[in-house]
Design a protein around this ligand. Structure first.
Ligand SMILES: C[S@@+](CC[C@H](N)C(=O)[O-])C[C@H]1O[C@@H](n2cnc3c(N)ncnc32)[C@H](O)[C@@H]1O
Length: 248
C-alpha cells in the first residue's frame, strides 16, 4: 500500500524534544492515539482538501488575516473529535473564523469531509498536539475565543495530571486571547467540571460569566457533540463554563 500524506500525518502530531544531554523527552500527553483506521473516504478527503482546509504546525505564528482572507475573530476549538459540531458552528457563524485542532486522524478526515459537504470557507483544521500549536503557532492577543468540549476526562486520580485543563494550560490560553475573548468549556464528568471551575476561577485575568460564579445553563448555540450524546445515554450530567478575559 502506498503511504499518502494522510497516513503520514499521524506520525507528526508532535515535535520531538530532547533533554540537555540529548535524551528523548517523554511528555505527559492529554491524549492517547487511538488505533481507529482512516477510512479510504476520509483519507481521500484529507489528501484532496488539505490545501484549502488544513494547516500544518509551524514554529512561527500563523497570520490569520492571510489564512482566512479577512479580519473576523478566530475561535479555536481543541479536540473536535469527528468535527460535526465544529462544522455546524462554522456554518451557523459565517462572521467568525474557526480553527480546529485534533490528533485523531479519522476525526480530521471526517471533519474535512463534512466541511466540504457543507461548503464551509471559514474553517481550518490542524492535526497536531494542541499544546504545541498554542505555544508555537499562535501569536499572543490574537484569538477571539477558545472552545474545549468534552475533553478526555482521565477518570483515575493517578491520571489527573494528563487532563488538558491545568493552570499552565489556562495561562497559555489567556495569553493568546484578545481582551474580552472567551473560554467556553463543557464536560459530562463532575469531578473534571470542579477542576475546570477551580483552575479558571484562580486565573486573575478571567471573569466568570455565571450568575452564581460556577456553571452556566447549557447554551443553545453549542451543538450537541458526539461525546455529549454518549454522556446522555450513560445518564451523565453536563456542565458548561464560560469565562471572559478582562480588558486591561
Ligand atoms: C473525549 S473526545 C471529545 C471530542 C468532541 N469534542 C466531542 O465532544 O465529541 C476528546 C478529544 O480531544 C482530543 N485531544 C486530546 N488532547 C488533545 C491535544 N493535546 N491536542 C489535540 N487534540 C486532543 C482527542 O483526540 C479526542 O478526540
Amino acid at each position: 500500500m502506498i503511504s499518502t500524506f494522510a497516513d503520514q500525518k499521524r506520525k507528526t502530531i508532535e515535535t520531538a524534544e530532547f533533554t540537555e544531554d540529548g535524551r528523548y523527552k517523554r511528555k505527559v500527553r492529554s491524549f492517547v492515539l487511538r488505533t481507529g483506521r482512516l477510512s479510504e473516504f476520509q483519507k481521500t478527503m484529507m489528501n484532496t482538501h488539505w490545501g484549502e482546509l488544513g494547516l500544518d504546525y509551524q514554529n512561527t505564528p500563523f497570520d490569520f488575516a492571510r489564512v482566512y482572507g479577512n479580519a473576523n475573530p478566530v475561535i479555536l476549538e481543541i479536540g473536535f473529535g469527528m468535527g460535526q459540531s465544529l462544522v455546524d458552528m462554522a456554518y451557523a457563524n459565517p462572521d467568525k473564523n474557526y480553527l480546529g485542532i485534533e490528533v485523531h486522524t479519522p476525526g480530521v478526515g471526517a471533519c474535512i469531509a463534512y466541511a466540504v459537504e457543507k461548503g464551509i470557507k471559514n474553517l481550518r483544521v490542524i492535526c497536531h498536539d494542541a499544546t504545541e500549536i498554542l505555544r508555537d503557532s499562535i501569536a499572543d492577543n490574537t484569538l477571539g475565543g477558545l472552545q474545549l468540549f468534552f475533553p478526555d476526562p482521565w477518570h483515575k486520580a493517578k491520571h489527573h495530571k494528563r487532563r488538558i485543563v491545568q493552570p499552565h494550560f489556562v495561562e497559555n490560553v489567556v495569553k493568546k486571547l484578545k481582551d474580552n475573548g472567551f473560554i467556553h468549556m463543557a464536560t459530562d464528568w463532575g469531578n473534571y467540571a470542579e477542576q475546570m471551575l477551580e483552575v479558571l476561577s484562580a486565573n486573575p485575568h478571567l471573569t466568570n460569566t455565571s450568575e452564581n460564579a460556577d456553571y452556566i445553563p447549557r447554551p443553545d448555540f453549542r451543538p450537541l457533540t458526539k461525546f455529549e450524546a454518549r454522556g446522555h445515554r450513560l445518564g451523565h450530567g453536563v456542565w458548561d463554563l464560560f469565562f471572559t478575559k478582562k480588558s486591561v
